[in-house]
Design a protein around this ligand. Structure first.
Ligand code: 2F8
Ligand code: CA
Length: 329
């Protein structure tokens, strides 16, 4: 290796008037110049290099300084902008901090609003369900309404029928009333016929029984009582006329009596005795209470003035009277 190294010469170079030359280290190429000249060349080369460097520096300064200054200005401007933005960001940050509470409150409000919205949604769903049900009802009602329309169309005819039915009803009620009246009359007629068949006479809502067997006044009253009646009272002219005409002048006890010689006249069936109105029914000169023993009254002639007071112990025919009371149907 040593041998190889010694065989290969080292390379050297020199700069001479801007010419670069390579040569081996030993021995240096012979240029034919002196050391002073070489030094001078070296200094000149250095000067040139420095000049180039200086020129380059000046050129660079001339070119780059404005650019640099511009860039610096831009940087400053950008810095100021950046600073402004940082300030803005700082302000925004503080505002964000301030607003964070508000945002939290807003968040709570939003939650509440959401809850309300959920409630509203559920209400809406419920309303929708209700609306669907209402629609179903409306459809049913519409159908019903059509039926009602159809029925309404029938109303005039029904009204005419109703008027006819009402008129018929009035007639039926009239007929029913007449029927009831007739039924009552028939019942009354039947009752009268029954009583007449048993010997009673009918006059103005009363039955009268003219006996065929004479009795004392008291026995006669007892007999009448046993037939749900009393010895007859006389409370009107028409009744008096009916009685004296039917009696035909034969003596018949009636129900007028008094308690003792000083007593007042009264009707045994408790009808009120009108002393004044009855004055016209006494026979002339009666009542005379002959022998102070005449406390009972009988018909003696066929005349309006037909009453005579006589002793109650006389045995005379008598007249019982029963008021007609319609029996329950
Ligand atoms: O004239 C009237 C008189 O007639 C009879 O007496 C005589 C009568 N007596 C009897 O009927 C018992 C009286 O009452 C009557 O007033
Ligand atoms: Ca008398």
């Amino acid at each position: 290796m040593k041998t190889a190294e010694s065989e290969i010469p080292d390379a050297h170079f020199s700069v001479d008037k801007q010419n670069i030359s390579l040569w081996p280290r030993e021995p240096p190429p012979k240029m034919g110049s002196s050391p002073v000249l070489r030094k001078l060349c070296t200094v000149r080369a250095a000067f040139v290099i420095l000049t180039l460097v200086l020129l380059t520096s000046v050129v660079l300064q001339a070119v780059l300084y404005p650019w640099f200054m511009g860039t610096l200005s831009d940087v400053k401007t950008n810095g100021q902008l950046l600073k402004g933005r940082v300030d803005n960001i700082s302000t925004l940050s503080s505002e964000i901090k301030r607003n964070r509470v508000g945002v939290k409150a807003t968040g709570i409000q939003v939650q509440m609003v959401n809850a309300s919205l959920d409630h509203v949604r559920s209400q809406i769903r419920r309303l929708e369900t209700g609306v669907r049900a209402a629609n179903a009802q409306i459809r049913i009602l519409t159908t019903s309404w059509e039926e009602v329309d159809s029925l309404n169309a029938q109303i005039p005819e029904l009204k005419r029928d109703l008027d006819k039915a009402s008129a018929l009803n009035v007639k039926v009620r009239g007929l029913q009333s007449s029927l009831e009246t007739i039924s009552k009359l028939l019942k009354k007629q039947n009752d009268i016929l029954q009583m007449v068949s048993q010997g009673w006479k009918y006059f103005e809502e009363n039955f009268y029984y003219f006996s065929h067997v004479p009795k004392t006044w008291y026995s006669a009253q007892q007999f009448c009582k046993s037939r749900n009646s009393d010895l007859t009272s006389v409370t009107s002219d028409s009744e008096q006329e009916f009685l004296y005409k039917t009696a035909g002048g034969i003596f018949f006890w009636i129900g007028l009596t008094k308690a003792g010689s000083e007593g007042e006249w009264y009707w045994v069936d408790n009808s009120p005795f009108n002393k004044v109105q009855s004055m016209k029914f006494w026979s002339p000169g009666e009542p005379n209470n002959a022998r102070n023993n005449e406390h009972c009254v009988h018909l003696e002639v066929s005349s309006l003035q037909s009453w005579n007071d006589a002793s109650c112990d006389h045995q005379l025919l008598f007249i019982c009277k029963r008021h007609y009371i319609p029996s329950e149907q």
